[in-house]
Design a protein. Sequence first.
Length: 189
Amino acid sequence: FKRGQLERLFKATEGSKFGLALQLAYYTGMRIGEATHIKWRMIDLNQASITIPARITKSNKDRTIPLSKQALSILNIFRLELRKRMRNNPEWYKGKTIEDCFVLMKEDEPGQYKSRSIQDRLSNVKLELELPKELTFHSLRHSFATHILEKNGNIYAVSKILGHSSTEVTSRYYDHTTTMAYKDQVNLL
């Protein structure tokens, strides 16, 4: 996603849990399978981090993602909404604490958001906004990395956040950003 496309997407989905889910994915760089499986017990709001367990990461290794102010703000909205839902629909949460619940919950019924329903809903919004077909939920992850690297972010840190096995893997996917930065270096003289 280019920055302008992201702004349009976020504006079009503003005020919905779906929109917040898209923003959370962008601000954390999570894969869709990670985003739909995180539970509150995996989040440390005091340390501003999410620890994704090995069983849901692609690399089969635990990964800790630092949380930006934007991501923390989104998580606080989700948590307040969950508290309200638990109060209003106690039968949905019998025997559960907040820590047991998924972060990305369905809007009008109990249970977690499913990857397929997020992808389908994103496809519909893209169609409405006339965004390119090839943009997917995974494109939010790519945008996360690209936008950080465009601002001269540290490739090692981005690689760790994304859970890549090495900076070479990150470079392979985001080489276009490196090339842009490379060309700009001559203007530093």
